[in-house]
Design a protein around this ligand. Structure first.
Ligand code: ZN
Length: 119
């Protein structure tokens, strides 16, 4: 066993440290008994806590992604706006397009400088 104060090696059953003179028996006996259970307890408790935090993060991220998709569908996909197609410096505007329709139309156009949707 070791002195809790200075770390010196102590003979079993000694009450005082031969190096620093502090009372070690009272502090030494509860230490080995008390330390391992709380350590394993905190370790086993921390693992599910980390897993819970990880799961929570995944849920939050998935929720944000789903929320963003829903918001895009409501405010972007369903909303009718103008599809703007730029070719040779000329702006061609097609009104009455949803974002999804505009993106579909833009993807069909081979030669374009820019093609975007605006509300
Ligand atoms: Zn000591």
């Amino acid at each position: 066993m070791f002195c809790t104060k200075c770390g010196a090696i102590l003979t079993e059953g000694s009450r005082f440290c031969t190096s620093c003179g502090s009372l070690v028996l009272a502090a030494q006996i509860p230490a080995p008994v008390a330390y391992p259970p709380p350590l394993s307890a905190t370790r086993s408790a921390r693992k599910p806590a980390n897993a819970a935090v990880a799961i929570l993060l995944v849920v939050v991220v998935v929720g944000v992604v789903i929320g963003a998709v829903v918001v895009l569908n409501i405010f972007g996909g369903g909303q009718v706006g103008t599809c703007v197609y730029v070719f040779e410096g000329q702006y061609n505007r097609w009104s009455g397009y949803t974002r999804a329709e505009c993106e579909a139309r833009c993807s069909e156009i081979q030669h374009k400088e820019s093609c975007y949707w605006e509300p």
